[in-house]
Design a binder for this molecule. Structure first.
Ligand code: NAP
Length: 289
């Protein structure tokens, strides 16, 4: 009999992940706060639950892909949360980008109910989620990861085991710290190029092939110059990640001054109405100055 999986959260990432679980033949139940987003999944064969608790009933593995700590807390531990409804022995996996402190709290609550817990945030964006090509950064027991591997493999190309619970959350925040500061500095660099008298596109092509080039440089410079802000990664989520990274590093005794500066740019863009656009739109306030 195939494994029953529940997926909580059908945003940019969760929608693609859910489709891949169905394609792999899992019996899937989905939940999303805004119910309308579940319609394409229902059409593809998923059962739609009205609450996280309803989704959790009968599931052997429950995965969440939600915005931030409050959204994850609501889904797992809220009034209709999944933790209280899951049967002992169920594997719960939080794939959202959340704080290590929240993962520790979630782990304690889940283990108190006899559940098995992994944190497994992802790298890759909308395209990789839709194509089943995510990389999972996993914290928790290696044995539990072994049990969950077929489900993760349906959504990703690899799952890297990093250590105890919370390890995935920590590395994900280091990853997004390095991405966030690069996006902010790229925005400043391109805004400068646009006012420099240089040929912008020729200059960007050179820089991308030189030392500053990277996959992020290539993708984000294209979006900044075309001003196509179709969402791959919501601007407001990068601001959140820089805040979580700043706080987690501070707990380890490291002050991320560059994260604070980068976040100020993202906050400025949010104040000017770009929160719900792709993070590439962080360049717009610089163009307006
Ligand atoms: P998204 O499109 O904004 O989706 C967010 C999800 O969280 C939606 O299901 C949303 O429900 C739900 N949500 C938000 N606030 C909630 C609340 N208070 N209570 C209950 N549900 C709530 O985000 P995404 O791009 O899929 O990202 C999901 C997670 O993956 C985030 O932690 C993000 O940082 C991380 N991530 C994103 C990317 C990327 O490229 N997009 C890459 C790697 C990791 P509604 O539909 O009702 O709003």
């Amino acid at each position: 009999m195939s494994t029953s999986v529940a997926l909580l959260g059908l945003g940019t990432m969760g929608s693609g992940m859910a489709q891949n679980l169905l394609k792999a033949g899992f019996v899937l139940t989905v939940y999303n706060r805004t119910a309308a987003k579940a319609a394409p999944l229902a059409e593809a064969g998923a059962r739609v639950a009205a609450t996280p608790a309803e989704a959790a009933k009968g599931a052997q593995i429950i995965v969440s892909m939600l915005a931030d700590d409050p959204a994850s807390r609501e889904a797992w531990l809220g009034a209709d949360g999944a933790i209280a409804a899951a049967a002992p022995g169920t594997i719960v996996i939080d794939s959202s980008t959340v704080s290590p402190d929240w993962i520790a709290e979630l782990g304690a609550a889940a283990e108190a109910r006899g559940l098995k817990v992994l944190d497994a945030p992802v790298t890759g964006s909308r395209t990789q989620a839709a194509g089943g090509q995510l990389t999972f950064l996993v914290g928790g027991s290696a044995d539990v990861l072994g049990e969950a591997m077929p489900v993760l493999k349906a959504m990703g190309k690899e799952a890297i085991h990093l250590g105890p619970l919370g390890s995935g959350a920590k590395l994900k925040l280091v990853n997004n710290f390095l991405c966030g500061v690069q996006v902010a500095s790229l925005a400043e660099g391109i805004a400068w190029l646009e006012r420099s008298g240089l040929d912008r596109d020729k200059s960007i092509a050179f820089l991308n092939s030189a030392a500053p080039g990277s996959p992020l440089f290539s993708a984000l410079s294209a979006r900044m110059t075309s001003r196509d802000y179709t969402v791959n990664f919501l601007l407001k989520l990068m601001s959140k990640d820089l805040q979580y990274a700043h706080d987690a590093a501070a707990e380890a005794g490291v002050e991320l001054t560059t994260a604070a500066n980068a976040r100020a740019l993202f906050e400025q863009a949010m104040a000017q109405g770009h929160a719900e656009q792709d993070m590439a739109s962080v360049i717009e306030p610089l163009r307006d100055r």
